[in-house]
Design a protein. Structure first.
Lengths: 293, 413
């Protein structure tokens, strides 16, 4: 195989694996938007807060990675409920921009709380998937990236099952499509909102664990990076579309890796946003979003 | 009634915010006001918080020993530390506050060169020129390192590393001591002024000047990036003898892990000056093993160890190349303030600042934590109001910074 093709294939593999992390982040944003029609800009902080909570049993008791994963989920769910309570529950209807501001505020508050608690120093995280890359023929594959890919497959399978095969999922879809009709039929909007927050926050816990494992250290400023990637993937895929988030995440991952290899870091974000503009011009609702009516 | 209550609350809050911090201080209250602007929040907070801790330790030591003598009276030092968040706009607001609301005698900081540049631009450019209405506020900087910043105003003095000289030494040292290592690869952070300028203004010119090493690969990334696979794959392909990792801890640790994963094994790794701190040891001591960094500080003497231990105990502050100068600056300023004959009143503030500035410009050599430091005078042809100090090479060994090379005049004890 010519060298350029080998390089492109290696970056494609890396991009798909890392892109599945982007897909998970976009998935969290988009599920919440799909059900509540509101953007939660504190989602990146919820992810980071989960990861930081999982550091407590790790540093105190040296617990294994699966306990850290569970603690990250528990921490993220607790913070998610706090975000729902403070940023959404008591806001009056008809003020669509208010949650944007309250969640930006929460993003900053959580970030700075972590900065003050940790002295702004990054904290070493567990490395459950080892330090060595796997050699697959001419390619080196990171085991933690493989784990991210597997985690994304498992999470999206569970989410699709929950949304399309359970009563809760039916209720969520009903609230997403016709909230007033759903209410008339006895679906509690508040209950569905809270459960959606619980679901996306649990997903945030999973993302937090795998995102920090891939970096090797927990750092508070990762929240802003997670928020940025999540928003790009959500808009690229189509607000409210889970399939779109998966597609958008994978596309962004591959684009970033190929750009960094062939053009360099400075072109990475330029090309990502040019792609975003182009797709929004051609398909304003995103790759898999519903057409405007 | 409700309306009145609301208006009253707003007025009270406004009054509270507008009230000058520590109003009623100065000589009559027995304090000398010291200002500081550092990155105390945001991604640069690691640097700001450690400088804050070391400066606070120096102030504690001075105050616990009875304070300083001004106008025949013992007064205490009081620190007014403001957060610029490594943000130029916030820095511009903070410098006004320090000069006109906090009314400090001088200021330490800032942490970031990107803040220092616009902030120093607001200071007076020509002393004794009544037409120059720039701020007359003395800065004695501990961290902002970019080459040439002290030239921006005669009110700026810096106790910061001379990085072009340090990297020139490193290249010469490698050439003389490791003549068989000839190929070089470099990584730097394109969005971090310190990292990019270390490459473009310090290391690259040094490599060109010595004409010995061959640069086979240069990669860049952002300092808060999380993924380094593609760039490290380029380094893997370059397979150079020497790797200059001119990056800060947030990108150093994950990129080192990626080097390890991709089995990239340069014979020598040299880091950026700021890496010689505790943060890298807490985040990735295993993959940082063997890393060498040029520095001006290492706990090599009893005094240096004592300072580092106390700063950590009291303030959880890391002692390193950028934070220890904050400690040194406070102690030097204590001596100068006592000598300057200031009145320490609100009315004499501008006059007092000028007296202290002029003394600092003439201070010459003073004692630092690990050795002597020489302050260049106003008329220095290349680096006015910057310092010359001893350089050390430190290396990570068994999760600790150890001395790799010391100049002959410094002894480890």
């Amino acid at each position: 195989m010519p060298r350029i093709l080998l390089d492109a294939t290696e970056q494609l593999l890396n991009g798909l694996m890392y892109g599945s992390l982007y897909a998970l982040i976009g998935g969290g944003f988009t599920i919440l938007f799909g059900v509540m029609r509101k953007l939660n800009l504190a989602y990146g902080s919820t992810i980071m807060a989960g990861a930081y909570v999982s550091l407590i049993p790790f540093y105190l008791f040296g617990v294994p990675a699966w306990v850290m994963l569970l603690s990250s989920i528990a921490g993220a769910v607790a913070v998610g409920f706090l975000v729902e309570l403070v940023c959404f529950r008591f806001l009056r209807k008809g003020h669509e921009l208010a949650p944007l501001l309250t969640t930006i505020g929460m993003l900053i508050v959580i970030d700075e709380a972590i900065v003050h608690a940790t002295g702004a120093v990054g904290l070493e995280y567990a490395r459950p998937f080892g330090e060595e890359s796997l050699a697959w023929g001419p390619f080196l594959v990171r085991p933690d990236y493989l784990a991210i890919l597997v985690a994304a497959l498992v999470c999206f399978s569970l989410i699709f099952f929950l949304i399309h095969r359970t009563r809760l999922g039916r209720a969520m879809r009903a609230v997403a499509e016709r909230p007033q009709a759903a209410q008339i039929l006895g679906v509690s909007l508040r209950r569905i909102n809270v459960l959606t927050f619980a679901l996306t926050s649990a997903l945030a816990g999973v993302i937090g664990f795998f995102a920090v494992v891939s970096v090797g250290a927990a750092r508070p400023e990762m929240a802003v990076w997670l928020t940025g990637k999540g928003l790009v993937v959500t808009v690229l895929g189509g607000l409210g579309s889970l399939r779109g988030a998966i597609l958008g995440g994978l596309l962004l991952g591959v684009l970033e890796f190929e750009t960094m290899w062939f053009l360099g870091t400075s072109y990475r974000d330029i090309l990502a946003f040019l792609l975003l503009f182009a797709i929004l011009v051609v398909r304003p609702a995103g790759l898999a979003g519903a057409r405007a009516t | 009634m409700k309306r009145l209550w609301r208006i009253g609350s707003v007025v009270a809050l406004g009054a509270l915010l507008a009230w000058p911090a520590g109003a009623g201080a100065f000589q009559s209250e027995g304090t000398v006001r010291i200002g500081a602007m550092w990155a105390l929040s945001g991604p640069g907070a690691f640097f700001g918080k450690s400088s804050h801790g070391l400066a606070s330790l120096a102030i504690d030591e001075i105050n616990e020993a009875g304070g300083l003598v001004v106008g025949g009276k013992r007064v205490k030092m009081q620190l007014y530390a403001e957060d610029d968040a490594c943000n130029p706009e916030q820095g511009l607001a903070v410098v006004r506050r320090l000069a006109t609301v906090d009314k400090v005698l001088f200021s330490l900081g800032p942490s970031c060169s990107s803040v220092a540049e616009p902030v120093f631009g607001t200071l007076q450019k020509r002393l004794d020129d009544p037409g120059d209405t720039g701020l007359q506020l003395l800065f004695f900087t501990d961290t902002a390192t970019k080459f040439g910043l002290a030239k921006l105003s005669p009110w700026v003095f810096r106790n910061t590393p001379d990085e072009p000289a340090m990297y020139d030494f490193v290249v010469k040292y490698l050439k003389e001591n490791y003549p068989d290592l000839k190929t070089v690869m470099v990584a730097y952070e394109s969005d971090f002024a310190h990292s990019a300028s270390t490459w473009k203004l310090a290391l690259q010119p040094a490599l060109e000047r010595h004409k010995y090493h061959q640069v086979v690969e240069v990669v860049d990334w952002r300092w808060l990036d999380n993924e380094f696979g593609a760039q490290v794959a380029k380094l893997r392909r370059a397979n150079a003898d020497i790797y200059f990792s001119l990056t800060h801890t947030p990108s150093t640790c994950p990129s080192f892990r990626e080097l390890h994963r991709q089995r990239v094994k340069p014979r020598i790794i040299i880091g950026v000056t700021s890496i010689a701190a505790g943060e890298v040891l807490r985040q990735c001591p295993d993959v940082a093993e063997g890393l060498i960094a040029p520095s001006n500080f290492a706990p090599i003497t009893a005094k240096a160890k004592q300072v580092a231990d106390k700063a950590w105990e009291r303030y959880s502050a890391d002692s390193h190349i950028h934070s220890v100068p904050a400690y040194e600056n406070v102690h030097l300023m204590k001596v100068l303030i006592e000598k300057a004959g200031i009145k320490n009143t609100e009315e004499s503030l501008l006059e007092d600042r000028r007296k202290v500035r002029d003394l600092l410009a003439r201070v010459g050599t003073f004692q630092g934590v690990v050795g002597k430091i020489k302050m260049n005078p106003d008329d220095h042809p290349v680096r006015p109001r910057d310092v010359d100090k001893d350089m050390i090479l430190v290396q990570v060994k068994s999760a600790k910074w150890t001395v790799f090379w010391l100049p002959a005049n410094l002894k480890q004890n």
